[in-house]
Design a binder for this molecule. Sequence first.
Ligand SMILES: *[C@@H]1O[C@H](CO)[C@@H](O)[C@H](O)[C@H]1NC(C)=O
Ligand SMILES: *[C@@H]1O[C@H](CO)[C@@H](O)[C@H](O)[C@H]1NC(C)=O
Ligand SMILES: *[C@@H]1O[C@H](CO)[C@@H](O)[C@H](O)[C@H]1NC(C)=O
Length: 391
Amino acid sequence: MQTRASTTSLAVESVVGNGPILRNAAGGKALKEWPSKLSRIFCLFIALGASLVVGVICSLHVTGVLSTGSMLSSYVSGAQQRVHRHIMAPDDSQALCHGMEDKELLWRASMVPTRPGMPLKRIRKVAFMFLTVGPLPLAPLWEKFFKGHQDLYNIYIHSLPEYEPNERPSSVFYGRRVLSQEVKWGDISMNDAERRLLANALLDLDNERFVLLSESCAPIWNFTFTYQYLMNSNQSFVGVFDDPGPVGRGRYDPRMEPEVTIDQWRKGAQWFEVNRELAVYIIADVKYYEKFRQFCLGVCYADEHYIPTMMFIEFKDKIAQRSVTAMNWSRGGSHPGIFGRHNAASFYKTIRSDQSCTYNGAPGHACYLFARKFSPDSLQALLHSATLRKL
Ligand SMILES: *[C@@H]1O[C@H](CO)[C@@H](O)[C@H](O)[C@H]1NC(C)=O
Ligand SMILES: *[C@@H]1O[C@H](CO)[C@@H](O)[C@H](O)[C@H]1NC(C)=O
Ligand SMILES: *[C@@H]1O[C@H](CO)[C@@H](O)[C@H](O)[C@H]1NC(C)=O
């Protein structure tokens, strides 16, 4: 809305600005009234036209129809300049259409209010951030999960830039893609994508908890349980562990000192869940990012070390040191087990019944809210068990 509103006022200002000249030229009193009425109607048309054009261009941007170099988008950038003077777009419906590149996006998202007494009504929401290649094969399951809770969550999707989304307008995923860039598995570009998702989600002040998911992730409990589990937790969920072997400490480069020492070096799956405070820290960080960008290349796999190590150093007590996303590593190798039609339901059951975790200091709680990796052909099995559980 912000884009449209400001363009409208721009259009009105500039046309009304010509008003006096017209009236002066016309001279007589009767004639003075008419042109001004006419010009008001004229203004209205111009304003409506302009807002329509901006609206259409904006939606074309979201679907990636326009290339950045096109004439039309340079026309829009004038309107965007006005929006960008605000710290955050008050209306989230325009938030994903901001057109900001990483540098400005991260900087803007890092702003934190310091004055007490927030004058705005805030509904605490969970930001579900999907880091994907392209399609979302388990979308029907997620649609079910989200149904009836639209006030309590926001969805953000990062897919490869060449992917053309095909969600229907009625889908919860429709129009929720952020401006994306190439991502390479295991590379720091994966962290860049994660930070891009976090920054987009931070622009909305309602978002309080931020969970990173992939297209092969499925929810384990219903929305209410998931929401309360996250909102009522006094810790964030980042998996960190100290692996003394070659694929743990073996990946450490001493040139990371003094920012990161070998004793502080940690490993963990990238699927984190953080609160707003930690999310801001992650996107605002330049200290650790520089070290990882320079000295964690190739088989170091920055995406398994950067955020876990940084969170361990800076927020040891604020993270539960476990992830809320379950995976099966018992097969060995560098990828977790994949669950399909035949074994998805049994994996699901095992994960749900795991109550071995500590939550807010008390033992005997559910460990996981999400699980992966589920192949596309597991959908029917999962939907079936979801029906049983009235997910
Ligand atoms: C959600 O799941 C929890 C835990 O299984 C259950 O107690 C609750 O009744 C469910 N809520 C709904 C609305 O189905
Ligand atoms: C994890 O994978 C192993 C081997 O692939 C399998 O034996 C085990 O049942 C799986 N665990 C769960 C919880 O499904
Ligand atoms: C979380 O709550 C538990 C139980 O009240 C408490 O023992 C623990 O210190 C709290 N942790 C944090 C980080 O506030």
